[in-house]
Design a protein around this ligand. Structure first.
Ligand code: HEC
Length: 173
């Protein structure tokens, strides 16, 4: 009887320590760093135009901002915050003088997109990306290779400064 008692106690202690270990690792998962997109959203090249932008300086890029259907509806109806399912793409290209166009114009005045420099995305999922304002960030090389986590850490703090739910780009009429 005593031996069984001891055995049961040992079993209870073992179970207790396992029970303690399980939630501990579960908690560690919850506190995990923000998740970044690992794949480019499919079909983004066919989305509608939100706006265009030229960055001078070091970036010297031409950009096109496109939105999926949820994004376009939210933009047109001025819905804030953006609903879950919103995806905004920022396609950045090098900014190059266009020789053919410039010959026709007789002056160096035409600049058109050269090869892409990167494709960036913001995906709204208020639960999954709660730690970064509800936005999941993604940045990719033209070949679709995701930037490293270290490169991605800058996105959310800067976008938090945008006054319209973390989004800078406004709808171009
Ligand atoms: C220093 C601040 C800053 C950082 C860091 C930054 N962004 Fe932005 N982002 C901007 C600004 C400003 C715009 C608007 C640019 C324009 O229209 O000329 C923008 C535009 C965008 C857009 C289009 C939607 C919008 O908010 O206008 C996406 C998508 C985007 N950035 C993704 C990213 C990703 C992904 C990262 C991290 C790799 C990142 N950004 C890092 C400032 C920043």
């Amino acid at each position: 009887m005593r031996r069984i008692h001891f055995f049961l106690m040992a079993l209870a202690m073992l179970a207790g320590s396992i029970a303690w270990m399980v939630p501990a690792s579960g908690q560690a998962d919850k506190a995990a760093p923000p998740i970044y997109l690992t794949k480019m959203p499919s079909g983004f090249r066919d989305w509608q135009l939100i706006s265009v932008a030229h960055e001078a300086g070091k970036l010297n890029s031409l950009g096109a901002m496109l939105g999926n259907e949820v994004a376009m509806k939210a933009y047109r109806e001025k819905t804030l915050p953006y609903p879950d399912g919103t995806i905004i793409a920022a396609l950045h290209y090098t900014h190059l003088p266009n020789a053919e166009n410039n010959t026709v114009f007789g002056d160096v005045q035409s600049y058109t997109p050269g090869p892409p420099s990167n494709y960036q995305f913001m995906v709204k999922d208020s639960k999954k990306y709660a730690a970064t304002g509800g936005w999941g960030f993604g940045s990719f090389t033209p070949e679709g290779k995701a930037f490293t986590d270290a490169q991605m850490k800058t996105c959310a703090p800067c976008h938090a400064k945008a006054s319209r739910d973390g989004v800078f780009t406004q709808y171009a009429p």
